[in-house]
Design a protein around this ligand. Structure first.
Ligand code: ACO
Length: 383
């Protein structure tokens, strides 16, 4: 079949068959392996969700314990990788550090035959196990603080907060981050997952494929929006300024960060759950004035743009939650990557199981039959 008409952004064009997650954008429904995200947010945890995404069903207690046991040793960084993190430039963005660190993780991991499913799972465990420590270590290095040795007895969420802050997080903070990780873990064929699958289709390892996915997630139209939402809320300065601020944005035809989604045409179900988490956190640790600005902004933007299907997306409340957890603004997108790593790796395995190299077509718009002109006979205008 030859497609002759361009579909910008490949919107709505299926790129793969997948049984990992499902979205209904009109109804605001998201499920992982058939289980609604609301149920997982209320009852599950990140480690269990990784098993669900990778294996297709919820694990038994014994299978979950065995999974954690296998994941545990990989939270400790290889000495060469730790040296690499300590040598990272201080002025870079944490997503750039993460992308480079994942590629380096591949360099210190065993070369294995990825046609073997056991070797594939092992490579995924190495990647998933290391990522929380990598993000926290790069952040501490940037701040000039000593790196914190991971505690293999903590959950991924707990370990991340511990390695980032150097102190054991309380139960509510760990639960809130764990739940945020559940909510961001997988989301069908978005730009970063597609990038991961394209790289996987060349039959390369998960370190390289997820490093490419991190690059895709970094952009402001994808995962990079969450840190911009916080900057935006801070710049508005309070709920009383929202209406005039939105007027200016609309007049300048600028987008409001944290609103709109390629698939959801109603409020993103993950945004609803993050809002519940924000409230739980505020009950114990106190609210933030940014939340009042956010509520007013939601009201104003949905009143004006709801008719176009523009509602809060997942990034709208995540920044407010992460700020309350004491996480620096530019580490928000790496947390998204830590969570989405579960989904990317599920897609990497699915692609490897039934692979066809991605090789899309294009619609050529350039010139044809142009003669070669020797360099001495070319003029600047004669292109
Ligand atoms: N603020 C104001 N207007 C918007 C917004 C927004 N956030 N999003 C879309 N619109 C308007 C557009 O201006 C356009 O209007 P027009 O028809 O009058 O020209 C219309 O809605 C359609 O916009 P598109 O950008 O074509 O819609 P698309 O579905 O491609 O956009 C996207 C999705 C890229 C996420 C967009 O809504 C956006 O840029 N949002 C802001 C950035 C953001 O929050 N990104 C995070 C997305 S969630 C995630 O990646 C995890």
């Amino acid at each position: 079949m030859t497609q002759t008409e361009l579909v910008p952004g490949l919107a709505g064009i299926p790129a793969a068959e997948s049984s990992i997650s499902f979205i209904n954008g009109q109804e605001g429904l998201l499920s992982y392996r058939g289980i609604r995200i609301e149920e997982l947010a209320a009852h599950s945890n990140f480690e269990e969700v990784i098993c669900l995404l990778w294996d297709g069903t919820l694990p038994t207690q014994a299978a979950l314990d065995a999974f954690k046991e296998r994941l545990r040793p990989h939270s400790k960084l290889h000495p060469d990788l730790e040296r690499f993190v300590r040598a990272l430039p201080l002025q870079g963005h944490p997503m750039e550090a993460l992308q480079a660190s994942l590629a380096t993780l591949g360099m210190v991991s065993p070369r294995v035959d990825l046609r073997d499913p056991v070797a594939r799972l092992d490579a995924c465990l190495r990647t998933m196990g290391a990522v929380s420590t990598l993000i926290a270590a790069a952040e501490r290095h940037r701040k000039g603080l000593p790196l914190v040795e991971p505690d293999p007895n903590l959950s991924i969420a707990g370990n991340f907060l511990y390695c980032l802050n150097g102190e054991r997080p309380d139960a509510i903070k760990t639960r809130v981050l764990d739940c945020a990780l559940v909510l961001h873990a997988e989301h069908t064929m978005n730009a970063s997952t597609f990038a991961c699958r394209v790289v996987a289709s060349t039959e390369t390892n998960p370190y390289t494929a997820t490093s490419a996915a991190v690059g895709a997630l970094y952009g402001p139209l994808h995962g990079g929006a969450n840190e911009r939402v916080l900057v935006q809320l801070e710049s508005i300065g309070g709920p009383e300024n929202v209406s005039a601020w939105v007027d200016k944005k609309m007049a300048a035809k600028e987008k409001v960060m944290g609103f709109g989604h390629r698939v959801y045409k109603t409020k993103d179900p993950r945004a609803k759950n993050l809002q519940i988490l924000a409230r739980e956190l505020f009950e114990i640790h106190g609210s933030t004035p940014l939340y009042d600005t956010a509520l007013r902004l939601e009201e104003e933007v949905t009143a004006r743009l709801g008719g176009k299907g523009i509602y809060p997306n997942v990034d709208f409340f995540s920044g407010i939650v992460y700020q309350k957890l004491g996480i620096p603004t530019d580490v928000f997108t790496p947390i998204f990557a830590l969570s989405r790593m579960a989904g990317w790796l599920a897609h990497w395995m699915e692609q490897m199981e039934d692979n066809k190299l991605f090789r899309p077509g294009q619609i050529y718009t350039g010139r044809k039959d142009v003669s070669y002109v020797p360099i001495g006979q070319r003029s600047a205008a004669g292109k």
